[in-house]
Write a protein that binds this ligand. Structure first.
Ligand code: ZN
Ligand code: ZN
Length: 245
């Protein structure tokens, strides 16, 4: 399993970083984990072809994680001229949210006659799924239910486990999400400002011993967190970072 972080930024592109988007691959299987508003730019910059990507999996429905979907679909229709089935997976309501986003961004496009089949898959904590050859388990996160359900995911393949929090405040659900994972990519929005919908570094550090994973990588950092230059025991994500759990 190889994960390339195409976007490690927050919603505002702080630090010149792209919105959240992870390119996940194993063998010939390709998946995007989140596809934020800037993700088509990030994919182009990285030279990543779209058609081999069989699946888009979303953590929640905020624009910095989900907002790239309309452009991805129109690219598939008109530029990449896709013929392969595209699976669009995410929390409950993913199909309705996708059509709504399409209609908001490109009015009329939600009734396009797509040149490729689209398959919508809801992934819930009660209903794990196999997507693009990865075993996917969802965990309920604490972020913003208006854009949810908000979920973190564990992806398992070939004996390796990669865990990603999506956006969340500290929640006990991070413990089973991380347990036994080879790597945990976790949002860390602020350093010491406690928020109800995002994680701060001090809270994460206080719970570090409960996260049974050898590798923690921080992402989705605010300007204040990015400016906090003191060395930390955890790694910090950057656009272009490659993780091989
Ligand atoms: Zn976000
Ligand atoms: Zn969010």
């Amino acid at each position: 399993m190889k994960i390339t972080i195409l976007g490690s930024g927050d919603a505002f592109g702080s630090g010149g970083r792209f919105n959240t988007c992870l390119h996940v691959e194993a063998g010939t299987d390709r998946m995007l984990l989140d596809c934020g508003a800037t993700s088509l730019v990030a994919l182009n910059k990285a030279g990543i072809a779209r058609n081999p990507i069989s699946t888009l999996l979303f953590t929640h429905f905020h624009g910095d994680h989900f907002g790239g979907l309309p452009a991805f679909l129109l690219d598939a229709q008109f530029l990449s001229r896709r013929s392969e089935t595209l699976t669009i997976a995410g929390p409950v309501g993913v199909e309705h949210r996708a059509l709504h986003a399409l209609e908001a961004d490109f009015p009329g496009s939600s009734s396009n006659r797509w040149r490729f089949p689209i398959s919508f898959v809801e992934v819930t904590p009660e209903a794990p799924a196999t997507l693009a050859g990865f075993s996917v388990e969802a965990f309920p996160m604490v972020h913003d239910e208006r854009a949810g359900p908000c979920q973190g995911y564990r992806l398992a393949r070939d004996g390796k486990i990669f865990a990603f929090s999506g956006d969340t405040a500290w929640t006990q659900a991070l413990i089973p999400l991380a347990a036994g994972a080879d790597a945990l990519l976790v949002e860390c929005y602020t350093y010491d400002q406690v928020l109800t919908n995002h994680l701060d570094y001090r809270s994460l550090a206080a719970h570090r011993g409960e996260l049974a994973t050898p590798r923690i990588i921080l992402t989705h950092m605010s300007p204040a967190m990015l400016a906090h230059e003191a060395p930390l025991p955890e790694e910090r994500a950057f656009d272009g970072m490659v993780i091989t759990p």
